[in-house]
Write a protein of this length. Structure first.
Length: 182
């Protein structure tokens, strides 16, 4: 079996039943892994931990530097440089280091600093991210096929650890799912 600590939510251990099924996702270095398992035994001594069934099959993905997952995440732009701003946008793709932000109107120019806010969901748990980013490029989609033609290539900047962990988990989860057509 595989031994793992019992997951916590809001500082409290979750009540996990024996026989409960899970998809376990793990990240190590540049690799993302996923496999289906179930709880064989839930134990509380000497500390809360679980025995999980050894997987029959493990999916893995080597995440190349800057690998981008296709997404459609609504976000709010709340600052441009040091000025409060109110604008909405959509993240069309995302990596650990940045994203492609599409908007109805131009929100920033190259080298300006933005603050964006958006929600991600990892294994059913929502995280609200508030990230600073630097605009690296601005393009306009003139095809007429989109309501958000202004595309801003942004690089995330100074992401604090409490934001980088859910960001990393979300990006790896999306890349793993997209690499296997799920």
């Amino acid at each position: 079996s595989i031994l793992v600590t019992t997951p916590k939510e809001d500082g409290k251990y979750l009540l996990i039943r024996e026989g409960q099924a899970f998809v376990l996702r793990a990240f190590s270095g540049k690799n993302a892994y996923a496999f289906a398992t179930q709880v064989l035994k839930s134990t509380s001594t000497p500390y809360p931990y679980l025995h999980l069934a050894y997987p029959r099959e493990v999916r893995s993905l080597v995440v190349r530097k800057g690998a981008r997952a296709s997404v459609n995440l609504v976000c709010a732009i709340t600052r441009c440089d040091d000025r409060p701003t109110q604008a909405a946008g959509v993240l069309l793709n995302i990596s650990v280091g940045g994203a492609l932000l599409a908007t109805k109107t131009p929100v920033a120019e190259k080298d300006q600093r933005l603050q964006i806010k958006f929600k991600v969901k990892v294994n059913g748990i929502e995280a609200f991210l508030e990230i600073d980013a630097i605009v690296r490029i601005v393009n306009i989609d003139r095809s007429g096929e989109t309501s958000t033609p202004f595309q801003h290539g942004i690089q995330f900047a100074d992401v604090p650890p409490e934001q980088s962990v859910p960001l990393l988990a979300f990006v790896y989860q999306e890349l793993l799912a997209q690499s296997h057509g799920h």
